[in-house]
Design a protein around this ligand. Sequence first.
Ligand SMILES: NC(=O)c1ccc[n+]([C@@H]2O[C@H](COP(=O)([O-])OP(=O)(O)OC[C@H]3O[C@@H](n4cnc5c(N)ncnc54)[C@H](O)[C@@H]3O)[C@@H](O)[C@H]2O)c1
Length: 246
Amino acid sequence: MNRLEGKVALISGGSRGMGASHARMFVAQGAKVVIGDVLTEEGQKLADELGDAAEFIKLDVTSYENWQAAVELAEQKFGGLNVLVNNAGIINFDPLTEYSVDDWSKIININLTGQFLGVKAAVDALVESAPSSIINISSTAGFQGIAALHGYTASKFGVRGLTKSIALELAGKNVRCNSVHPGTVSTPMNAGLDVADFNPMKRMGTVEEVSNLLIYLASDESTFTSGTEFLIDGGELAGTGPLEEK
Ligand SMILES: NC(=O)c1ccc[n+]([C@@H]2O[C@H](COP(=O)([O-])OP(=O)(O)OC[C@H]3O[C@@H](n4cnc5c(N)ncnc54)[C@H](O)[C@@H]3O)[C@@H](O)[C@H]2O)c1
């Protein structure tokens, strides 16, 4: 299938985990992909594996200049940019007394400001190559608090709000912007954590399950969808119960 024929995507945090899966599955659907990440070895290896359809560039999402260079690469190498996947993210956590101001600043800078910088650097290119789609990766932590994940929860709520102001501003220019809210998905980010019980399906999601949703959002199948949230969480936010007999 070629659901992404003619699409050029820039994926932040694309060297491993969900971002790497998006890169692989976008290319399989006919897209060209720029992978941006601070992990240079893994990112270059993935780009080599994907051949002419992919390029790697070192991208620290907290650097506006890095973002500008990544957008330029997409334009020069692939002739434009019509999909931006703001996927790069980190996690940190601690009780309030131990959670430092540096912990807070770091995660807000990467998880939230990093997405703003990406959109700011890419907006002209996205408008020029429209119809375009911005996909901001949030979390179920963009809907509910998670104990001790103060900065993570705040950043992911922030992504959800930022998505809406961007969607409103760009709707008339044929650029959509939506947020995606995964539950627990098996990636290096949560390796070793016992989180399968977080949802009623009692399993973690796979990276491919999330990539399938992103293919829909990146493609022109979703051209009437903007400013909204896509939960992909194994039912985590559906509610509580059923009650079990004791
Ligand atoms: N894994 C989960 O259960 C889960 C659940 C909900 C949301 N998410 C979100 O999904 C996204 C992808 O997470 P993942 O699970 O694949 O994690 P991961 O740690 O496997 O991948 C994250 C990628 O982001 C990159 N990155 C980190 N800081 C960066 C920076 N400053 N600049 C550029 N790249 C940077 C890392 O190098 C890595 O390649 C994140 O935004 C995360 O918050 C993950």
